[in-house]
Design a protein around this ligand. Structure first.
Ligand SMILES: Nc1ncnc2c1ncn2[C@@H]1O[C@H](COP(=O)(O)OP(=O)(O)OP(=O)(O)O)[C@@H](O)[C@H]1O
Ligand SMILES: [Mg+2]
Length: 247
């Protein structure tokens, strides 16, 4: 299998990594029949790729062979943000879906044992025809047989229909919601749209919650988890307004 280097994988602070750990464990409770899980959100920038990448890493690190498929064909940032590179020419999902490459040519092992990635090599303007073609379902079915979990990173539901198309091939979906930012109505609308796909909505991840806000104090004091905006991590990435206390 070809190899993919990941040059910028951030190390997360304990609380954040523990919250992701809980998400991983909860996915396990969904049962053996839930193997292919799509992550999506209502609008851009809610943290789909962040959660997908970190969840993928955690699953691999506990010894579960896990494939992350990047299906954000129009606007994927995984390659640039996480510094993905291969020794030869990078080939991705679109190469396979267009019939230019075989599946073996687009599946990569990484330096994280049990962590595999099917990347987007370069953006394409209109992937709909590829997502609706027979090779997409063949790709998902084969990957499901090869790996214990398949996580799929997608574009936001509110922008294009891609995620809803992809959902129909998955065993479940996870909706990422950016705390304090995405209007409730938009979240409701996304839930309704996902319901129509008849693929179960496994849960909602509240990402980047400000654990200092009054409404979160109780939650933080007693559970010390949730996906939140962390000062140290935020600093590294040019964010950072809120600090997170351990108690
Ligand atoms: N919990 C978090 N704490 C700190 N930074 C975060 C968190 N979640 C996401 N980010 C950062 O926010 C930015 C947007 O996140 P990400 O790219 O995952 O969003 P997205 O929903 O995949 O966006 P898009 O719709 O453009 O694909 C990234 O720089 C990411 O590192
Ligand atoms: Mg993304």
């Amino acid at each position: 299998m070809k190899e993919l280097q990941i040059r910028n994988m951030p190390e997360l602070p304990f609380d954040m990594s523990e919250a992701l750990n809980q998400l991983r464990v909860n996915l396990g409770f969904c049962g053996d029949q839930v193997k292919t899980v799509m992550l999506t959100s209502s609008v851009p920038n809610e943290g789909k790729s962040f959660v997908a990448m970190q969840l993928w890493k955690q699953m691999a690190e506990v010894g579960t062979p896990t494939l992350l498929i990047d299906c954000d064909f129009r606007n994927s940032e995984l390659r640039s943000k996480y510094g993905l590179s291969s020794t030869g020419k990078l080939t991705g999902g679109a190469h396979y879906l267009a019939g230019i490459s075989e599946l073996d040519d687009v599946l990569y092992q990484t330096s994280i044992p049990n962590g595999y990635i099917l990347p987007v090599a370069s953006a394409i303007a209109n992937p709909t025809i590829l997502l609706e073609g027979p090779r997409f379902s063949q790709m998902i079915e084969t990957c499901e047989r090869m790996f214990e979990y398949v996580l799929i990173d997608t574009p936001p539901i509110g922008s294009v229909a891609d995620a809803l198309n992809i959902a129909t091939h998955c065993d479940g979906t996870v909706l990422v919601v950016r705390s304090g930012s995405t209007p409730r109505k938009m979240v409701d609308n996304s839930v309704q749209l996902l319901k129509r796909t008849e693929t179960p909505l496994l849960g909602i991840v509240l990402n980047r919650a400000d654990m200092n806000s009054k409404s979160n104090v109780y939650y933080h004091r007693y559970y010390r988890s949730g996906y939140y905006y962390n000062k140290e991590y935020g600093k590294t990435y040019g964010y950072g307004q809120h600090s997170v206390k351990n108690k």
